[in-house]
Ligand binder design. Structure first.
Ligand code: KG4
Ligand code: ZN
Length: 337
């Protein structure tokens, strides 16, 4: 068995994955959404303290598996430094005490491996990763070879949903709230700009669209003055502009990349409106669309465990004294996959 730990943001999660069958035998996640909701986003210090309580609580349930553990895997980058350290401290301790190897896992590679948890998917793959921290299109040739083809210049998809939801006073996380409200809205009521529409750049940018949403909120007198219908219409119009932006840039990549299999992963890949749009795009370009089961779209330790299975086979281990974090800030400074 491999025990895997995820604590890169606001979800404390541990999984046990069986090496021989690749099956997830145990998986638990404690989310902190309720605790962060009133702040409209994740407060790192609070998140760190909540991990310090939740992780040992979950670990206690995995004790029956301790004798069978062959390795411990942990997300060590990218993410919030103070929360990554909580998972790493636990993983280092377990690896040292049980005298088993430690596997460092790149969180984004974990998201890619969410596709493999319940079915065997084949490389090569083109992957759109849309999470709270990233928007990227990645060409995944193999476990070792992954290349970023397009990335975000500012706010990620998930972040833009969260910030727009905050502006409308909806709560956190914004993605599911905006998706639900949009179902009751008119997506053509507000003419919001599609980012980089006339730019040849194959990149993503959502801060301009976010500011356009802010201007509409201000024009309508602020969140407190907006009716439920105003919020639903603005949610739908915003979601439509995000979709058009993602599709436009994805089409440019599709035109260049012959790879037939395309996948969407990350928290925002749970969005059905976006999934539907990509289903149609894939039909148009004769590609096969892959998505992870809904429970494995947002952060979870099962995807970290699934990646760790391949890392274990390749003996991709690290000395517990050597493991370190690469925080989101360092990542944004240029340290990519
Ligand atoms: O992958 P994830 O759990 O964490 C990171 O690695 O960042 O993604 C969390 C993000 C949040 O910003 C959340 O608002 C967004 O995913 N999200 C969604 C939906 N569900 C979660 N965004 C759009 N539509 C959704 N249904
Ligand atoms: Zn994530």
């Amino acid at each position: 068995m491999i025990l895997s730990i995820e604590s890169s943001c606001d979800d404390s999660s541990i999984a046990i994955t069986e090496i021989a069958t690749k099956k997830v035998l145990y998986h638990k996640k404690i989310s902190q959404e309720a605790e962060h909701s009133c702040y409209g986003g994740v407060v790192p210090e609070l998140a760190s303290r909540l991990h310090a309580v939740a992780l040992p609580e979950i670990l206690a349930e995995t004790k029956p598996y301790f004798d069978t553990l062959k390795a411990v895997a942990v997300t060590n980058q990218p993410g919030l430094g103070v929360t990554l350290l909580e998972g790493i401290a636990m993983a280092k301790t377990l690896a040292s005490l049980l005298k088993i190897p430690l596997i460092p896992v790149h969180h984004l590679k974990g998201h890619i491996y969410s596709l493999f948890i319940e079915k065997e998917t084949q490389f090569p793959l083109l992957v759109l990763l849309i999470s709270g921290g990233h928007t990227q299109i990645i060409r995944v040739e193999s476990f070792e070879h992954m290349e970023i083809l397009a990335t975000s210049m500012d706010d990620s998809v998930g972040e833009s949903f969260d910030k727009c939801a905050k502006m409308m006073g909806l709560g956190y996380p914004g993605g599911p709230l905006i998706e639900q409200l949009a179902l009751k809205g008119d997506e053509d009521r507000f003419d919001l700009p599609v980012p980089l529409r006339n730019s040849p750049l194959i990149a993503f940018s959502l801060s301009g669209l976010k500011n356009a949403v802010r201007l509409v909120v201000e024009k309508l007198g602020g969140a407190s003055e907006m009716s439920e219908q105003d919020k639903a219409d603005l949610s739908a119009s915003f979601q439509k502009a995000v979709k058009r932006h993602l599709l436009q840039k994805s089409k440019k990549v599709f035109a260049k990349e012959p790879i037939k299999d395309f996948a969407i992963v990350g928290g925002a890949s749970a969005n059905k409106y976006l999934r539907n749009a990509y289903e149609n795009l894939c039909k148009e370009f004769h590609k096969t669309l892959h998505v992870a089961p809904l429970q494995y779209c947002s952060d979870n330790a099962a995807m970290i465990g699934r990646y760790a299975l391949d890392a274990y086979a390749k003996k991709d281990f690290i000395d517990p004294e050597e493991i370190d974090i690469v925080s989101t800030k360092k990542q944004q400074a240029g340290m990519l996959l």
